[in-house]
Design a protein around this ligand. Structure first.
Ligand code: G3H
Length: 532
């Protein structure tokens, strides 16, 4: 029976270990006999020596470069310069593999959700949401691909040339996801990449890694050898050498731009490498003088502190108009102090931070801001335990503070008062980031010109609501350093593919060949079948 402590530090012991000793390469679940890395939860329990420490959850292979290159060979061979079984397979057949995988994946819901709670301290309802949203994403992707395929199931004719235009795969994809959505965001890259006919190598993030272990078999049983290869270990031993070979066609990464840049730098042929990147952001909330305060505060709580602010879409700075800032601060501070810190399985809103160094980083930001003139305006702000720093609201924050400059990705909230609307707009224009903004207000004559400007500074303007990625059918992207490519259900299919076509001059002999190509059904590319 698994222990589920009810306090962030607990006297209980944990025994439900997962020792993952396999990895997936070339359709085989290979056993790993080399070194392993222990995986810890930052939730404290009593260990076997009787000490109250971060909980040991199990281990993963600490893989070396050699098997990583073996995985690369397997992905390259499965793509086989476009001749492989997978990239040339009929769309309907690839879809069947995905459906098979989704069916199998559903059997691991409880196991994966349990690991999400222990590994990254995501609360229960959000952990279930992450799992279910990912399964839905797979089915929605299948539907979106059918729709794309149906539109290409035809010939066009221009200037005496028939064209049969489809979307084709790009090649071999290296897929790396983040710790805050270790299942959902990695699959939002991996699923569209493979369904379009690419082959992939996937390495889970440092936290939220054990939860991939139960799915290895489902991947192995659902796809032809080499289509999905899964490795565990450190980026420098796995991702770096893979990139150096120059055999990667697409780098698909959700995480920090520093990782994306250093991996791109390893690739010897920059023009060959395509990028699908979801990177950091510093989404602002702009609160206008006529904002509905009650509603705005609720949205700002969820925007700044859902999953402790560890979301790329989190509101990471609030600009509040001078005329209402005192009242806003009073109500907001009270609302933050009322939030409950607890355990993921108790569905607490605030939960321990999965990165052991995060509480001290947050403290550093607070200290730096205080040293430069800001104050913590909520009573509990910055209260420290070994795995948590209670959300601190800092006011007034200025440009010289680290909290202004860095993406905090954690429970600390900078508030900046403004007088003229150009102040937040200028700051956004100068920012390295451009993902989303939340705009709170009611007066249409004030909102209208602002929406027009903001839409050109970011890629989603949220009116009177927190920033978020979903629904997944909407475009998720960013300007500047926040993203490369777009990741909605539909757009991701485009990002991982390229338009490619058969062109044929309208001559009697060519037309006869086209007719035969179609009726013989010998080509999987040339097909006017309507996919039901
Ligand atoms: O970390 C960034 C995520 O894409 C945010 O997604 O808005 O659904 O939490 P979300």
């Amino acid at each position: 029976m698994e222990v589920k402590p009810s306090k962030p530090d607990s006297n209980e012991t944990y025994e439900n270990f997962v020792y993952c000793k396999t990895y997936l390469v070339d359709g085989k679940l290979k056993s790993w006999s080399g070194k392993s890395s222990d995986v810890f939860s930052n939730i404290y329990t009593r260990n076997k020596d009787g000490e109250i420490k971060p909980t040991l959850l199990g281990s993963i292979p600490d893989m070396e470069t050699e098997p990583a290159l073996e995985a690369l060979d397997s992905a390259v061979a499965a793509f086989n310069r476009g001749k492989g079984k997978w990239p040339t397979m009929r769309v309907g057949e690839r879809i069947k593999c995905l459906e098979k995988f989704a069916d199998k994946m559903k059997n691991y819901r409880e196991e994966v959700v349990n690991l999400l709670m222990w590994e990254i301290s995501k609360n229960k309802s959000d952990s279930y949401k992450e799992f279910d949203r990912t399964v839905d994403y797979i089915y929605d992707t299948i539907e979106a691909y059918k729709e794309i395929d149906r539109k290409s199931a035809k010939f066009e004719k221009q200037s005496g040339i028939y064209a049969h235009i489809r979307r084709g795969p790009l090649g071999v994809v290296l897929c790396l996801g983040p710790y805050n959505y270790p299942l959902n965001e990695t699959f939002c890259l991996l699923i569209p990449a493979i369904i379009m006919g690419n082959t992939a190598i996937f390495k889970p993030a440092k936290h939220g890694v054990l939860l991939i272990a139960p799915l290895l078999k489902a991947f192995q049983e659902s796809f032809p050898p080499g289509v999905v290869n899964i490795l565990f270990g450190r980026g420098r031993k796995i991702a770096t050498p893979i990139m150096k070979t120059g055999l990667i066609d697409v780098l698909a990464l959700i995480g920090h731009s520093s990782s994306a840049v250093s991996l791109q730098d390893q690739h010897p042929n920059k023009n060959r490498l395509r990028l699908v990147l979801g990177l950091e952001a510093k989404n602002p909330g702009i609160i206008l003088p006529d904002a509905d305060l009650d509603h705005t505060i609720k949205e700002c709580i969820s925007g700044t502190l859902s999953y402790n602010g560890q979301r790329c879409t989190a509101l990471k700075v609030l600009y509040v108009h001078e005329s209402i800032v005192d009242e806003f601060n009073k109500q907001f501070a009270k609302a933050v102090d009322n939030l409950k810190l607890g355990m993921p399985w108790d569905d607490a809103f605030l939960t321990p931070l999965p990165e052991p160094t995060k509480p001290s980083y947050i403290q550093e930001l607070i200290k730096d801001a205080i040293g430069k003139g800001a104050k913590v305006i909520n009573n509990k702000g910055g209260q420290l335990t070994n795995n948590y720093s209670f959300p601190a609201i800092l006011y007034p924050v200025t440009e010289d503070m680290k909290l202004y400059q860095e993406e905090q990705f954690g429970p600390v909230i900078p508030i900046i008062p403004y007088n003229e609307i150009d102040e937040p707009l200028d700051a956004m224009a100068a920012s390295e980031y451009g993902q989303q903004v939340s705009l709170f207000g009611r007066d249409v004559s004030r909102l209208a010109p602002l929406v027009d400007t903001l839409a050109n500074l970011v890629c989603r303007v949220n009116l009177n609501s927190a920033c978020q990625r979903g629904p997944d059918v909407y475009p998720f992207t960013g300007r500047k350093n926040s993203a490369v490519s777009t990741l909605s259900v539909h757009d991701a299919l485009r990002s991982f593919s390229i338009r490619t076509f058969l062109a044929s001059k309208d001559t009697p002999s060519n037309n006869k060949i086209l007719e035969r190509l179609l009726s013989s059904e010998k080509s999987n590319f040339v097909s006017t079948d309507y996919l039901l």
